[in-house]
Ligand binder design. Structure first.
Ligand SMILES: [Zn+2]
Length: 177
C-alpha cells in the first residue's frame, strides 16, 4: 500500500523475517504526532500505549494488539475539551499469497510471498478511528454553559443573516427579464 506518510511511520515497521518463531513483544507510544502524519486533527492530546505481540509462525503471523491511555477531544456540545479514557484490543493475521499487492480482508492481511516486513501504522490508525466514539459530550452538567450560549447566539445570527446564493441568482435573472 503506497501511503505518503510511510517514512514518518517507519518506527512501526516490523521486519518480521528477522524475528524468531513464537511471541515477539513490541511497545509503541502513540501521541498527537502520530495522527498528524495522517492529517487527522480531532485529538487535542493523545497519550496511548500500544502493545503488540507479533507471533511468528511458519506460514502466518498472528498479531495481537492491546492499547490503553487517553485522548482529549472537543465536546460536541460546548466545544471545551473532554478527556476520554481509551482501552481496546484487536487481532489480525498476516498470510502470504502469490500476488504483487497487499490485500486486507476480514482482519487478514495478505502480503506478497516475498515480503519481509510489515508496517502496522496504518492498520492501527484505522482501527483506532473506527472504534473511537463518534459523538463526545461532557457528562451531565459538566458542559461550559457560557460557551453553549455563545454558540447558540452565533448560530442564530448565521441563520438570519445568511442568504441562499440561489435566491440572488434568481433575482438577477428577474431583473434581466
Ligand atoms: Zn461539553
Amino acid at each position: 500500500m503506497l501511503f505518503q506518510g510511510m517514512k514518518e511511520l517507519k518506527e512501526f515497521c516490523i521486519p518480521f523475517s528477522s524475528l524468531k518463531l513464537g511471541t515477539n513483544p513490541f511497545n509503541f507510544e502513540i501521541d498527537k504526532s502520530f495522527f498528524d502524519i495522517f492529517n487527522y486533527s480531532r485529538y487535542s492530546t493523545c497519550n496511548v500505549s500500544l502493545k503488540l505481540d507479533f507471533r511468528k509462525e511458519n506460514l502466518l503471523m498472528d498479531l495481537r494488539f492491546h492499547y490503553s491511555g487517553f485522548c482529549e477531544v472537543n465536546c460536541d456540545r460546548c466545544l471545551d475539551l473532554v478527556k476520554i479514557p481509551i482501552e481496546n484490543k484487536f487481532n489480525c493475521l498476516i498470510k502470504f499469497l502469490q500476488q504483487d499487492q497487499e490485500i486486507i480482508k476480514d482482519d487478514i492481511v495478505y502480503l506478497p510471498e516475498d515480503s519481509f516486513e510489515y508496517n502496522i501504522g496504518q492498520l492501527f490508525y484505522e482501527h483506532f478511528l473506527i472504534n473511537f466514539p463518534k459523538r463526545i459530550v461532557h457528562q451531565k452538567n459538566q458542559c461550559n454553559d457560557k460557551q453553549i450560549k455563545l454558540i447558540d447566539d452565533y448560530s442564530q445570527k448565521q441563520t438570519t443573516t445568511e442568504q441562499d446564493p440561489r435566491w440572488n441568482k434568481l433575482k438577477a435573472l428577474k431583473k434581466e427579464n
